[in-house]
Structure formats: structure tokens, C-alpha cells
Design a protein around this ligand. Sequence first.
Ligand code: C2O
Ligand code: CU
Ligand code: CU
Length: 513
Amino acid sequence: MKLTKFVDKLPIISTLEPTKKSNHLTYYEVVMKESWHKLHRDLPPTRLWGYNGQFPGPTIDVSEGELTHVKWLNELPPKLILPLDTSIHHLDQMPQTRTVTHVHGSVTKPDSDGYPEAWFTRGFQETGPDFSREVYEYPNNQRAATLWYHDHAMGITRLNVYAGLVGMYIIRGEEEKALQLPSGEYEIPLVICDRTLNPDGSLYYPSGPDEPIPGAPTPSIVPAYLGEAILVNGKAWPYIDVEPRKYRFRLLNASNTRTYRLSVNEDVPLYQIGSDGGLLRKSIPTRQIVMEPAERIDIVIDFSEFEGKSMIINNDLGVDADPEDQTNNIMQFKVTKPLKKKDTSRIPKHLTHIPSLKQNSIKTIRNLKLVGSEDAFGRPLLLLNNQLWHDPITEKPQLGDTEIWSLINVTNFTHPIHLHLVQFQVLDRQPFDLEKYNEDGSIIYTDAPISPAENEKSWKDTLAAPSAQVTRVIAKFEPFTGDYVWHCHILEHEDYDMMRPFTIVEKEDPETS
Ligand code: C2O
Ligand code: CU
Ligand code: CU
């Protein structure tokens, strides 16, 4: 269905009020509920699942070191609103509506991290094997950054997220405050995602591939899904009226599969100041920014020279040539508001100091292959190191160790790889001969290692691992021990079966070993 673009005002996401707050603890309650939302002027309301019934959910806004507890409550109906493939992960033997919330980028203990099998149903009536607590604890002892929260339930993350279970989680710090970046009403989170909407307003999600595989289950999980409409803060192709001044936008790609390459169609100055793990070293003037699923991009746009003009954030990966494809645009800015007061905000060149992990002694180098195979029905099955989720844990860094993970992508497409708990640094990417690999399994490099892009030279928790390249990241595994996960953040891949546990173990005592 073809929708008129730029007719709905961009919704500003509300900030969540704590249920209780004292000097040493901030406590929130968030209820997952079904609710109906108008996603576009010309569509009837859409049935969605949202945190507090909102889509996106309310923003959780905390300070560095602010101990925070959140009780995530499930009051969702018993049946999913999207087609469920029960052939994977024994889902036929489980309740349909299972949820568990993960704060993406959070440094928290395993029992509060949203382990996929720590799920729970409405009112905690039923719980998964790893469920251990109702109230999650977030120490927020980490750098100020734009995090986000989303559902992570085993085998149905793609459906729960597509139904609306996403929200922003912002950690603020003093260092950042001192920079005088645009703030208050001039700092706006933008949650970008794609959804396909039926003419009656309902969400569309495929119940199987376009060409069904004979003998495969129905519904059947698809290996990727791109929605037809681009939503920002829960509206399809919205617009925002802005003043001729600087604004800070915290962008999140909350899409299941879609990657964006953002650019603005006017010569408006655009500066990237942050990424997944917070501020960059320097602000980077830029024309184009690629955003893989789950990546965050913090930018400042200066509209001061553009009074009376309007401009569009485009997605250069949308297919212009295809008249049916509408995804070449994201949203519109209209510089129509009068300047309320003098803009005293700044875009400092130098932002912060980031120590390099390269000086650390490297305890382990892991070669981890991103591979494609087939399941028993002949459906594509994407794996990490040829292992299924349920295979025994193989990645066991010791607490405090620095490791290099070499992600060897032998599939034909990019996978956005995400590690829980840690922020890593990107070392490099090196292309190899994929044809040769497919013949005899050998990795023959075809070029020298390529340094990461300017905007990847800071802390990252999600990173593009392109096809036919070895992407090397370095991370220090701390400060907690226990089970976490790493996975591809294309949710269709994560659910089946491109996700693996890893466990951080106590440091071995050199005296006794
Ligand atoms: Cu954004 Cu494992 O999550
Ligand atoms: Cu995460
Ligand atoms: Cu993937």
C-alpha cells in the first residue's frame, strides 16, 4: 500500500518516570501490553505490543553510576499477533507469549541481562529454564551512551520486536554535559525501523518464504525480512518542524534486517559525535552514515543556514529504480520554527579520550566463522562456527582477559555481530578469496587489512562483518562472570540459529594450575 510521505508529525518519545527514587536506587516498572496506534494519517490503527503500551517504549534516562532496578511485567495476550514457526527450538512445547528484556549495551550481571531462556509469560506464570529474578538490576557503571532495550525471548525475538517491543535507554555523564552539545528539546532520539502495513492497518509479517520449500513447516521462519514502510518513532515517514539552530539526534536502527545508508539531500552540515558505546574521540563531519541493525549513531545537525527550507534524510540503499520501493526516504526536516533564543550549543572538535585496548596483552585469539548451511527441511540455517545455540559452550574467556575475535564471514552477505556485556574496539577487516574457500576451505587473503572507518574508531557493541572478509575486534571481558550471548543482530538470523552463549569464567590461579 502506497502511503503519502511526510504528512505525520514526528512523535517525541516520552521519558519514563521512576516508580520510586531514593539517593541510592531508582526503581521503574514497565508493563508490556497490547495497544493500538495510528502509524500513518491514512491508515486505521495498528495492533501492536509495546512497553507501557507505547511504540517505541518510553525512554529510560539515567546517569552514570545510578543504580537502577526495573521490573519488566508481561501483560500481553496469550497468542502472538504474527505467524509463529513452532518447528524451531521446540517452540511447539512452549507457551506462545514469552518475553525477556535485554538492555542492549548494558554492563550488568547475567541474571539481569535478558538471557534468551530466562523468559517469562504473563504474570510470571510460566518461566524459562534460566529465569531467576523478576526485577532486573542495572548498575549503569559505564560510560554515558545511547543504549536500547528490546525483547530477547528464545526463537521469537524477531516477532516480539516486530510487534513493537523496543525502546531507548540513555545513560548520561558529566563529561558529556561539559561539552555543551544541543540538549533538552534540541536533543531528540530517533528510533528507525521498517514495517509492512496492510491496508486495514494491521502489521504484515511473512508466514514463510515467497517460494515455499516442499515439506517445510508452515508457518516457516524466513532468513531475512525487509518491511515496506520506514517508521521513525512509530510514524511512517514523519516530518519535524525545527528551528534554525543545532540539534542532536540519537539514531537507532531497530529494524529486524534492514541496513540504512543515511544522507541528507541538502548541503547541511552533519557531524557524528557518538556511536554504540558513547562519544567518539572527535566529531566527524560526514555526508553519509551506514547503520546496521542495532547500531546507534549520535549526530548533530546544524540547520542555522537553512531557514525556511526543508530537507529529507534519505536512505541510499533504498531502490530508487523500483517504483514499488518507497524506502529511499526516512523522514523530513522543515526549518519553519522561529529561533526561540540564541543557540549557545557547540559541536566541539575534540570530544573525549578513548584508551586503546591494543596495548593489553592478548590472552586468546578466537577464529569464529559465520557460515551458511541447511536444516533438515532444506531451509537456510545460518550459524556461528557451525554450532547450534544448544551445542555446548565453546567461548569461555577468563574474567579480565583481553581477547581478539576474528569473525570470518564465509556467507554471501554482511552480518551485524553483537556481543553482550562488552564494548569492543575494531582492529581491522581483511578480504579473502571466498571462491577458494568454497573449493577447499582455505583462507587466502587477497589484500592487506583495511582499517576501520573513522566512526568505528571508538567503543562498539555491534559491528558489520562483511562477506568474504575477516573482521577483527578486541575486547576485555569484565567485570562479571557468567553466561552471556553473542549473535547476529539480523533478528531472523539470531532466532535461527546465529546466536551462541559465551561464559566468562573466574581467572585461573597461576599457582594452582
Ligand atoms: Cu540487541 Cu542480544 O541484543
Ligand atoms: Cu545486546
Ligand atoms: Cu546474520
